[in-house]
Write a protein that binds this ligand. Structure first.
Ligand code: AMP
Ligand code: ZN
Length: 137
């Protein structure tokens, strides 16, 4: 993708603070961190979102997320960890090149990854179960 900033960062055309790199991924520090150590996993090949990512790359990305979360936890002595991945504008995605957020959490850090819990109605439950199961069949 010619005009994709994360393609350029992942492939080294634009410099970034790189924590880790291999043939398929680069892990960088987020320039607008939610917390100390907030990092991003970027595949070197372009996929706009999780739906465009191959199963193989999705599996590798999750394994790398586990590894980097473990390393960041040891390095920064954080107290918890969020692994976040946004797809689509309404879900908060602003850069349309698949990435995984690695967000170290610290006691009382006030990072707002939260929602107001709703209530699962019987109607919604039945509708969702039947629609999803019909596709999975
Ligand atoms: P999302 O909202 O899930 O698409 O996340 C995009 C993330 O990329 C945000 O957390 C931004 O702070 C971060 N970001 C955008 N541009 C850069 C950049 N050039 N280098 C590092 N992080 C960036
Ligand atoms: Zn890209």
């Amino acid at each position: 993708m010619d005009n994709c900033i994360f393609c350029k960062i992942a492939n080294g055309e634009i410099p970034a603070a790189t924590l880790y790199e291999d043939e398929e991924f680069r892990v960088i520090l987020d320039l607008g961190p939610a917390s100390k150590g907030h990092a991003l996993i970027l595949p070197k090949t372009h996929a706009a979102n999780i739906f465009e990512l191959s199963d193989e790359m999705a599996a590798k990305a999750m394994i790398l997320a586990k590894k980097m979360a473990t390393v960041l936890t040891e390095a920064l002595k954080c107290d918890g960890f969020n692994i976040v991945q946004n797809n689509g504008e309404c879900a908060g995605q602003t850069v349309f090149h698949f990435h995984i957020h690695l967000i170290p959490r610290y006691q009382n850090d006030n990072v707002g990854i939260t929602w107001v819990p709703g209530n699962l109605t019987d109607e919604d439950k039945e509708e969702i179960l039947s629609k999803v199961r019909a596709i999975l069949k």
